[in-house]
Design a binder for this molecule. Structure first.
Ligand code: PRP
Ligand code: URA
Length: 218
């Protein structure tokens, strides 16, 4: 799996450049891709991004009795990871990440962008109570202005979380910059870094409105 930090100007960012990710992203971006396939592709790309985003998880030794002898294997150290989808669109990534980390806990953050101001409006928050002990994976397919991601991270930190990563599918440079300025400790893993935001705050070339395409509410 190849993954590269994109540019020294965006030191918190890792773009997952695997050929399968690029192939699936092209299908995901196409305006003709129907809802059912869009949902499947979001899950598949989320799995591949999660593979890269979990690369440096800390391990601890564990003794395993194979049918032949005892040996020292490894397991992920510490408490179960927490996946936190940002509603709505982040929900589309949950199953894909759970495929790799099936015992992860799942929190939820409800946020939407006000259509006029683009400012995030929050309406729901629920994560495990022992947040300081856990590693958090925030899930949201789109990092546009970065307002939603920055607010979501602030909510997690207010709940005591100290180890937070953001997994997304398409990021804009503006959003990566905003998140790095507000929360320089949060690494971002994405399948694509797109050109820019348009005047309506949409990522271009992007894939459109991720929530509407996932849930067929366009
Ligand atoms: C989308 C997306 C992000 C946010 C990104 O959600 O899923 O949460 O926009 O934009 P930002 O970086 O400029 O904040 P949206 O507000 O459309 O809500 P939805 O998922 O409920 O459709
Ligand atoms: N939210 C989306 O769903 N798409 C964008 O391009 C920007 C924000």
């Amino acid at each position: 799996m190849s993954a590269v930090p994109t540019t020294p100007a965006l030191p918190t960012l890792t773009v997952v450049e695997h050929p399968l990710v690029q192939h699936k992203l092209a299908l995901l971006r196409a305006r003709t891709t129907p809802t059912k396939q869009f949902k499947e592709l979001v899950e598949e790309v989320a799995t591949l991004v999660a593979y890269e985003a979990t690369r440096d998880l800390v391990l601890e030794p564990v003794t395993v009795d194979t049918p032949l002898e005892a040996m020292t294997g490894h397991k992920v150290a510490g408490k179960k990871l927490v996946l936190v989808p940002v509603l709505r669109a982040g929900l589309g990534m949950v199953e894909g990440v759970l495929r790799l980390v099936p015992s992860a806990r799942v929190g939820h953050i409800g946020l939407y962008r006000d259509h006029d101001t683009l400012a995030p409006v929050d309406y729901y928050f629920r994560v495990p109570g022992d947040a300081p002990m856990r590693e958090f994976f925030l899930l949201d397919p789109m990092l546009a202005t970065g307002g939603s991601a920055s607010a979501a991270v602030a909510s997690l930190k207010a709940a005591g979380a100290t180890r937070i990563r953001l997994l997304c599918l398409v990021a804009a440079p503006e959003g990566v910059g905003r998140l790095a300025a507000d929360h320089p400790d949060v690494r971002v893993f994405t399948a694509a870094l797109d050109r820019e935001l348009n005047v309506n705050g949409y990522i271009v070339p992007g894939l459109g409105d991720a929530g509407d395409r996932l849930f067929g509410t366009r």
